[in-house]
Design a protein around this ligand. Sequence first.
Ligand SMILES: Nc1ncnc2c1ncn2[C@@H]1O[C@H](COP(=O)(O)OP(=O)(O)O)[C@@H](O)[C@H]1O
Ligand SMILES: [Mg+2]
Length: 575
Amino acid sequence: MFKLLRYLKPYRLLVLSVFILVFLQSMSELYLPTLMADIVDIGIVNGDVPYIWKIGGFMLLVAVIGMSVSIGASFLASRVAMGYGKLLRNKVFTHVSNFSLQEFDKIGTASLITRTTNDITQVQQVTLMMLRMMIMAPMMGIGGVIMAMSRDTKLSLVFVVVIPILAVLIILIASKAVPLFKVMQKKIDKLNLVLRENLTGIRVVRSFNRTAYEQNRFDDANRDLTGTALKVNRLMATMMPLMMLIINFTTIAIIWFGGIRIDNGNMQVGDLMAFIQYAMQIMMALMMMTMMFVMIPRASVSAARINEVLDMQPEIVDSEIVKPFAQKKGVIEFKDVTFSYPGAEQPALQYISFTAKPGDVTAIIGGTGSGKSTLIHLIPRFYDVDSGNVLVDGVDVRELSQEALREEISYVPQKAVLFSGTIADNIRYGKEDATVEEIEHAAAIAQATEFISQMPDGFESTIAQGGTNVSGGQKQRLSIARALVRKPEIYLFDDSFSALDFKTDAKLRAALKEETTTSTIIIVAQRVSTVMDADQIIVLDEGKIVGIGKHRELMSTCEVYREIVASQLSEEESA
Ligand SMILES: Nc1ncnc2c1ncn2[C@@H]1O[C@H](COP(=O)(O)OP(=O)(O)O)[C@@H](O)[C@H]1O
Ligand SMILES: [Mg+2]
């Protein structure tokens, strides 16, 4: 919680103003009962009407000032808290944008979203409350006691009895509520997770008739959360009436003993009235303290979760001295690379060495889980190697700036991703200042022109969120167009032709070859027909290279390759 407060720095002047205003407000509230006592004890007792008017007018003035500063404090405090929340969200978002894929794997997307929304809102609310109460509560509490004692010291003994009782009550309730709040936060996370899985996987849920099962899963998480929330709220709800009860008994005690003292001539009526008001103010201060006792631990749970994100340092960062490219050609070289995912028992890639040259097509083929995608991920430095080197144009990727490195690369992921917006927007994602001609040209090479022209608004047709209104093959072609519009030195296609039919696949690759004569192309594929005419084919098996060469050579030297070819031929023959 306190660590996050450093982000309040830009608001320090506003915070100071809030504190000053709240201070003034507390002063005016503490002053009012005294003035009232004066009116009663001096003005009314002596029948001095001008005095009553004078002090009464003064009271009105103090009240108006108190109200104005209170409004001012609220206004400024809201500004600070909302601005602070905005700043925090921004910080978390920017920080997360720099995460490498490893960090995403660690926290999980659902939790990252809850942390940026729910947790920050929590901290924001508590900040707002704290700004108003942090000064107010002690001022009113301590000030109230001092003022009450100055009215009548003996009667103040009532507080000696009441305040310990209240303190015990507060500590009891807070010690029960705080752990519950912590649990609640976890349960909100869980609910979010179930909800997210359900919404993103709705097609699978429907097709496997698991709606009822998922409903139950959601119900469980929901009921769990509701149960905890109910418990907490019941606890908090009992607190209010209990406090009121104690306050009312306190008032009775004050009037009782005060009455006796007035009877004996030790106290005046106005003093008693003022005394009761001070008692109320002290109780209010205690209530504020309770709120803080409960809210702060709750927010500190949220704060810890936010800090966890902010403290997580991306493992992949630019090195201190980044090397510039000597020449931008697009030569990729793997030198004895071994890589394992964090926590994995076996390396996903081992002893990988090869060179991919500009103008050539390097194809990677292998069974699922053989490490093809992993290999591709190492080139734009999504992950860092355990040993060995990945070189681009002769420089280790760890010595390049990530931006410069990725500028040279167009990557088409295995699972095509489109953003909400128009088709043109999505293609332009590859190159911000792409002209209409460039976009259309890229679409043409990607064999996307035909289906785009059949859409109602052509290139201006909108893609639904998650790209649900285009087919898998159409999605792939759009994300290929997005990569093409960039005209980079290096193209990485991770199984990007899998959803295309043989004819489109062939046409696309032919057009691609004409377009990219000077670029380095790496194609991951499952189909032999896709890789057959590549300049070099790399056969991967369980993370190791078991063959490199052209189709012909591999057919005579590589057992694994022959098996792949054989299995696909028989498939086609039987089909
Ligand atoms: N993010 C990840 N964390 C841990 N292990 C992973 C991750 N991604 C892939 N793997 C593992 O690495 C191996 C290679 O996966 P991958 O490169 O995706 O294979 P391919 O693309 O050839 O199907 C698999 O055994 C897979 O379980
Ligand atoms: Mg893959």
